[in-house]
Design a protein around this ligand. Structure first.
Ligand code: HEM
Length: 378
């Protein structure tokens, strides 16, 4: 999409677009405009406010911080943010390394690896399951349910999505019932205590927050790991540079997030009122989508944006968004990405793509940018 984004930034940076799900909306492609929209609270998240509080299609996923505005947003984010602070996340380093080593040991005997299935998917889902206190054996069910939601984002497979969301809701209901009988130290237990204590969290919000953490906690990180390996293999000098200087892993992950970010354009808002925005007449209720990957390739913000440079310093990319909805899991995603890529390259220094690049199959839908599978040989 990067060529199209470049054309749009030059010709029509705030453009009226028909999205694959059949909705019209504004697409924001320049960095400067993206930052303004993300910080401007006239662009809201909770669509129900525009239609008198009633949503036609509610889902398990509707009531959480990502789809709320102040003051609900602060309350919902506040209930879980303690678990994801940089300090808490640093404390998980050893466990994440352990899970990584276990997963890599399992594939060490073969001379190939399916990067997504064998490694990039299980790592973040095991981590988020452990934080939430959900059995990690159930991870394939989450994969089915979240893939259905994410890849069906172009309006297709509505029936399958409804069935999967029903199964996901029932699963969580059973889980919550178990935790209520026997609460532990995990995050779901803490949320249930908050719900029982009174006004802090409604039943619908409990489902919304937990399902958001399961979905956001792995869907994007899978693609961070996959996209980083693809970018490194596409740029062998950068790969060699990283292998010779493993301490560059931090800036390498930041550059991967900028160059090929896992979130395509799911970052959406609705106009709370009608107003002029940079010469465009935005109407109340208009959908506005921020193309983060386009903003991250804007030459007014990034020197040589099409160059993949793992030594790039001070890169204020928007891969995690900005403003009040800035990704809550960013410290965790960064740490998982750093450990995953460093460990993989250390154990298998001569990895190669086992198929032609053209054979890679990109995931459908508008939400994530990533490929379905990356077969590697070593
Ligand atoms: C929000 C990206 C990993 C939890 C967001 C947003 C972006 C994003 C762009 C803002 C959306 C918007 O403004 O509309 C990413 C990327 C990740 C990642 C690129 C991995 C590379 C994670 C992880 C977790 C997580 C691991 C959980 C543990 C959340 C939550 C929000 C969020 C809860 C909503 C925050 C709010 O509304 O206040 N993420 N995310 N994310 N992310 Fe992430």
């Amino acid at each position: 999409p990067y060529r199209t984004y470049a054309e749009l930034r030059d010709t029509d940076p705030i453009c009226k677009t028909l999205f694959p799900d059949g909705q019209y909306g504004w697409m924001i492609t320049k960095y400067e405009d993206a930052v303004e929209v993300l910080k401007d609270l006239r662009f809201i998240k909770d669509f129900s406010k525009l239609i008198g509080g009633k949503m036609e299609h509610e889902s398990i996923f509707t009531h959480n911080m990502l789809f709320s505005d102040p003051p609900d947003h602060k309350r919902l984010r506040g209930l879980v943010q303690q678990a994801f602070t940089p300090r808490m996340v640093t404390g998980m380093r050893e466990r994440i390394q352990e899970i990584t080593d276990e997963l890599l040991s399992k594939v060490s005997n073969n001379n190939k690896i399916n990067l997504i299935d064998d490694f990039a998917f299980p790592l973040p889902i095991i981590v988020i399951c452990e934080i939430l206190g959900v059995p990690t054996e159930d991870r394939d069910k989450f994969r089915l349910w979240t893939t259905s939601l994410i890849e069906g984002s172009n309006g297709e497979h509505a029936e399958d999505i409804a069935i999967h969301m029903q199964e996901f809701t029932e699963y969580l209901g059973e889980r919550f019932a178990k935790v209520r009988l026997n609460p532990g130290e995990d995050l779901i237990s803490q949320l249930i205590v908050a719900e029982d204590e009174g006004e802090k969290l409604t039943e619908k919000e409990l489902y919304g927050v937990v399902s958001l953490l399961i979905i956001a906690g792995h869907e994007t990180t899978v693609n961070l790991i996959g996209n980083t390996i693809l970018s490194l293999l596409e740029h062998p000098k950068q790969l060699k540079l990283l292998q010779d200087n493993p301490e560059l892993i931090r800036t390498a992950i930041e550059e991967s997030l900028r160059y090929n970010g896992p979130v395509e354009f799911s970052t959406s808002r609705w106009a709370r009122e009608s107003f002029e925005f940079k010469g465009k007449s935005i109407n109340k209720g208009d959908l506005v989508i921020i193309a983060l990957n386009s903003a991250n390739h804007d030459p007014y913000q990034f020197k040589d944006p099409e160059v993949f440079d793992i030594t790039r310093e001070k890169s204020p990319h928007l891969a995690f968004g900005k403003g009040i909805h800035l990704c809550l899991g960013a410290p965790l995603a960064r740490l998982e990405g750093e450990i995953a890529i460093s460990s993989l390259l250390e154990r298998f220094p001569n990895i190669k793509l086992a198929i032609d690049r053209e054979e890679l199959e990109w995931r459908p839908g508008m939400i994530v940018r990533g490929v379905k599978e990356i077969p590697l040989s070593f």
